[in-house]
Design a protein around this ligand. Sequence first.
Ligand code: PRP
Ligand code: URA
Length: 210
Amino acid sequence: MENQVTVFDHPLIQHKLTHMRDEKTGSKLFRELVSEVSMLMCYEATRDLPLKEVEVQTPLVKTKSKVIAGRKLAFVPILRAGLGMLDAMLEMVPAAKVGHIGLYRDEETHEPVEYYNKLPSDIEERDVFVLDPMLATGGSAVDAINIIKKSHPHSIKFLCIIAAPEGIKALTEAHPDVQVFCAAKDEGLNENCYIMPGLGDAGDRIFGTK
Ligand code: PRP
Ligand code: URA
């Protein structure tokens, strides 16, 4: 499990995350911070993309230089809160295709309920990055990945901003082939299955709902 989970402790990510946690941070700034953290995480999580050498003519000379080779990417935000991470990812990788999985946690049972599912038709050729800022019990992530696996993507990575140990355990046990990236591993869940200390309800803070 240790090798399956990467915590990004870059100072810029940690600084921005602290402002996200702050209850005084309003929706506009919160959305901007989600985007900025996602962009930095995208940079780290795509570190192993294969490269190939091509020839390019600079204004001075012909030279060999590298471009990303081979596999195509797909980003799959888990609605709603995952949408907050999407634009930043697309800015980094504009050629990626986008799928959506709609899940919400039932307020009583905390179990995920599926309400939408639309994935790229050529997902079999793609490396999928599932996006959701919060990994709490792990129920939503596990279910979303179960759904995505039915379409047989080439590979799956899961990117979240805050992960609870309970969610990491559930996700890595259910999907040992999925690499997990987060910006922080928090202490655990409270009695309502919220991540502690966490940042509250990510979807509500992104979209200004309560
Ligand atoms: C939040 C969050 C995750 C899920 C995490 O979504 O964005 O999808 O909860 O919890 P879990 O790991 O216990 O499943 P929520 O259900 O609040 O829906 P929203 O994104 O529409 O606000
Ligand atoms: N979903 C959230 O948005 N926050 C939590 O702390 C747990 C689940």
